[in-house]
Structures are given as C-alpha cells and as structure tokens.
Ligand binder design. Structure first.
Ligand SMILES: Nc1ncnc2c1ncn2[C@@H]1O[C@H](COP(=O)(O)OP(=O)(O)OP(=O)(O)O)[C@@H](O)[C@H]1O
Ligand SMILES: [Mg+2]
Length: 175
C-alpha cells in the first residue's frame, strides 16, 4: 500500500518528470507528497547551468539576494562570476534550492497533489535523499534516471543508482 510519496529534485528536466509522476501517484492514491532537494554547496556552476528554465532562475536569485550588480547576469556562469566565493555563493546556492523546491511544489499542485511539503538537506545527495524520505515516512521514492551531471556513459546517474541500491522501500526511476 502506498501511504506517502517522496520525490527528489535537482531542478533538471528529468527530475521535473519525476515530480510529475510522483504528483500523479500521490493524487491518485490521495496521499501526501514530500519533495526533497539536497543543497550542493561547493558544486560547479556548470551543472547548475543545466537547470530547467535557467534564465528566469538567475534573474530571480539575483533579485532575491539583493545583489547590486551593474548588469544582471543572464547565465548561471555569469551569476557565479559576479558573486564572491564564501557567503555570497552560499546564499546563491540556498536561493536556488528554495526556488527549485517552490517550482516543483507548484508543478505537483497543478497536477492535483493535495498535501505537498518541501524539505531540503545537504551532504551526500543519495544519503540525504534516503534520510529525508525515511523522516517523511515515505514508502515510495521517485527519482529521475538522470540529473544535471554531464557524464552520460552510465545508464543511471550516480545519485539515482545509489538510491535504488540502498533504499529499504520501492524506488521508481523516471525516464
Ligand atoms: N542534489 C539533489 N537533490 C535532490 N535530488 C537529486 C539531487 N541530485 C540528483 N537527484 C535526483 O537523482 C536523479 C538522478 O540524478 P543523478 O545525479 O543520479 O544523475 P546525473 O546528474 O545525470 O549524474 P551524476 O550526478 O552521476 O553525474 C535526479 O533526477 C533527481 O531526482
Ligand atoms: Mg547529478
């Protein structure tokens, strides 16, 4: 029986598909949905440049952070070039995470999932996903089969792979 659905998103197109699928399952069974994101502090902006709808995201984050740039950057790379390492980049990563979760929650609600909660964490992505899912009491975990990473040699991304291997409950990896 499915009583609580958990979905992990890194803001990629594939993760968006995972969110849609998880929302449909939650809506169909009338059960709560928790959406989780693992903050990737210290991660290259190159991966973040592959997030869905990145231009709007950059604009939103620049505005929210209250940065006083002469020109608002229009790419993720530009945003990281303008921000100083340290507090500024921590703030950017935190805001990107918040916005990723807010967008995913909107997607899920648009698909009639009713009880939607968002959570974030940090550290090893797969470990954090499994911990957040367990804390939520989820009995099904949904991930995308790929994410923002560039290496596409393996069939499954490393985070999705580790989640499938280590989860105590059912895992769905969405294509
Ligand atoms: N930081 C994260 N926070 C939440 N979910 C994540 C995170 N990273 C990955 N995921 C989940 O795992 C899925 C697969 O991503 P994964 O990172 O395994 O693939 P990849 O980025 O293509 O490859 P790799 O990271 O191994 O280079 C994503 O669609 C998402 O559901
Ligand atoms: Mg990845």
């Amino acid at each position: 029986m499915t009583t609580h659905v958990f979905v992990a998103t890194d803001g990629s197109e594939t993760a968006n598909k995972a969110v849609d699928m998880a929302a449909d399952v939650a809506a169909k069974f009338g059960v709560p949905l928790t959406i989780g994101h693992v903050l990737q502090y210290g991660r290259a902006s190159e991966e973040l440049a592959r997030m869905a709808d990145v231009e709007h995201l950059v604009e939103h984050v620049t505005r929210k952070a209250g940065f006083d740039f002469a020109n608002v950057p229009d790419t993720m790379l530009g945003l990281f070039e303008e921000t100083r390492p340290g507090n500024d980049s921590v703030r950017v990563i935190t805001l990107i995470g918040e916005e990723t979760l807010a967008r995913a929650a909107d997607r899920a609600k648009a698909r009639e999932a009713e009880r939607v909660t968002t959570v974030s964490s940090e550290g090893d992505a797969a470990d954090a996903i499994l911990d957040m899912a367990a804390d939520a009491g989820a009995d099904i975990v949904v991930v995308g089969h790929r994410g923002l990473g560039r290496l596409k040699t393996a069939l499954l991304g490393s985070v999705a792979h580790k989640v499938v291997q280590q989860a105590a409950c059912t895992v769905v990896s969405v294509r």
